[in-house]
Design a protein around this ligand. Structure first.
Ligand SMILES: [Zn+2]
Length: 107
């Protein structure tokens, strides 16, 4: 089971990424192939993201699944983080993921 803290990072990343792309929940959910209600639950941290959603999020953002999960990897852009213990660490990790997504958009 994905830890609550890691799930919180992914939730925060989805929120930041969606706003940076200026996508309404309805639009982003459609692009991910999920319902707006499902996206809302994950974004609000009320439901853990499914493995399928993790893959779709990775495809959409260009951030590898390993990085979304905070695991070291050999991909071009990656981030790894230890199990976050504070809200600040969760926010920082989510912002780092967003920075990777931004680089991918520029490349
Ligand atoms: Zn990776």
């Amino acid at each position: 089971m994905l830890s609550k803290a890691r799930a919180n990072i992914i939730s925060r990343f989805i929120y930041l990424y969606r706003h940076e792309k200026m996508l309404k929940q309805e639009v982003f959910a459609a692009e991910l192939g999920i319902s707006r209600a499902s996206l809302s639950l994950v974004e609000d941290g009320k439901r853990l993201p499914s493995l399928d959603l993790m893959l779709k999020l990775s495809d959409h953002s260009g951030v590898c699944v390993c990085s979304l999960l905070g695991r070291p990897c050999s991909h071009l852009h990656h981030v790894s983080f230890h199990e976050p213990v504070s809200q600040q660490e969760i926010v920082s990790a989510a912002e780092e993921l967003l920075a990777i997504a931004g680089k991918r958009l520029i490349l």
